[in-house]
Ligand binder design. Structure first.
Ligand code: ATP
Ligand code: MG
Ligand code: FE
Length: 344
């Protein structure tokens, strides 16, 4: 089959076409980040408006690229076998643009509609470039809105082992970047500075390190970093930005790795995976390489370009739903919250 998948849960308008072998024929992402950057974060109204402006063009471009990959002159909606869309979780006003568009396209072309949970998409990103990868696995999902360890017994069958009790990891990166005046989003720019800094320069707290469970807390670390920055400024010292970034990252990574190790030991899973925008972080990826080698566990990570929001990962989920004949009715609604343990 040929399936077109749409993603619009936050500030990326994205579309991808996947074929029956799981090959992504096209994978288009239009980021709105420039429109949100001046506000230091995603503004929901702007996100909705930009999705409305971009979605036709993104889908047309995606169909054209898929046609080119197939060596065809063009691809029409009628040439597809299904239309898929992220329906939850995320910004409702953003999701609803993709959902309404996908419903219209499915209805107009008389094709089935498939609905996908965004977080399940982040798990499936591990399949991109590695089609034969199979669960069971422990997955660390670290994104702008979520921080969790998940036991993936099988595709579609997930158990959440622990989550953050306050901020998400990506959120902490964004807040620290804001405090340093580095703009939005924070992850990429903090990574860059961190590469030149000393991760042991400042002893930031490793929250929940010894909590005896798989929960996380990031808000105390964020406050510690902001307090440190304010103290340096008040003392009239120049900020050692690379050291602050590296030390902040090290505090995040130490806790992430320790809890992931425990999750692997407790579940006996043979494979460890990452998902979400923060999975692109080089220090985190390197630390997991070391930990997985020590534990004798296979490490699978999404390609760098597939860590953040994209429609390729949604298309991967959609192909499994298509094969299982799991389609949605056209009265489905976008939802702000979605339970990963009941993804559809
Ligand atoms: P969710 O998936 O939970 O709904 P989201 O879709 O907004 O949230 P993603 O797009 O998956 O989140 O990830 C965005 C987050 O990833 C941002 O907080 C961003 O700062 C962070 N991020 C991106 N690149 C890096 C990096 N190299 N290091 C750390 N964090 C990063
Ligand atoms: Mg985003
Ligand atoms: Fe996401």
């Amino acid at each position: 089959p040929l399936i077109l998948a749409i993603e619009s849960s936050c500030d990326e308008t994205a579309a991808a076409v996947i074929d029956g072998e799981g090959a992504l024929l096209s994978d288009v992402v239009a980021s709105q980040v420039d429109f949100h950057a001046r506000f230091g974060g995603v503004v929901p109204e702007i996100a909705s408006r930009k999705h409305i402006e971009s979605i036709c063009g993104v889908c047309d471009d995606c169909l054209d690229r898929a046609a080119a990959a197939l060596g065809r002159d063009g691809l029409r909606w009628r040439d597809l076998d299904a239309v898929a869309v992220t329906y939850a979780p995320g910004l409702v006003g953003a999701l609803v643009v993709g959902v309404a568009f996908a419903k219209g396209a499915a209805w107009g072309a008389d094709k089935p509609l498939i609905i996908v949970n965004h977080l399940e998409g982040h798990l499936y990103a591990n399949k991109i470039g590695l089609p034969d990868f199979e669960p069971p696995a422990v997955v660390s999902l670290v994104s702008g809105g979520n921080t969790m360890l998940v036991y993936m017994a099988d595709w579609g069958s997930y158990r959440v082992l622990g989550t953050t009790i306050d901020d998400a990891v990506g959120e902490a990166f964004d807040k620290v970047a804001k405090a340093l005046g580095l703009g939005y989003p924070g992850g990429p720019v903090i990574s860059k500075f961190a590469a030149e800094g000393d991760p042991e320069a400042i002893p930031f707290p490793r929250a929940m390190m010894h909590s005896g469970d798989l929960r996380f807390s990031l808000s105390g670390l964020k406050t510690a970093v902001v307090t440190y920055i304010n103290g340096e400024r008040e003392a009239g010292r120049e900020l050692a930005v690379p050291d602050i970034c590296a030390s902040f990252e090290a505090a995040v990574v130490d806790v992430q790795v320790a809890k992931a190790r425990t999750a692997l030991q407790e579940t006996g899973a043979p494979t460890f995976c990452l998902g979400g925008g923060v999975a692109a972080n080089p220090m985190l990826r390197a630390a997991y390489e070391k930990m997985c080698a020590e534990e004798g566990v296979r490490l699978v990570m999404p390609p760098l370009a597939s860590c953040g929001d994209n429609a390729g990962m949604i298309a991967e989920v959609a192909l499994d739903r298509y094969r299982a004949g799991k389609f949605s009715t056209l009265d489905v609604d976008a939802l702000a919250h979605g339970d990963l343990e009941q993804p559809y």
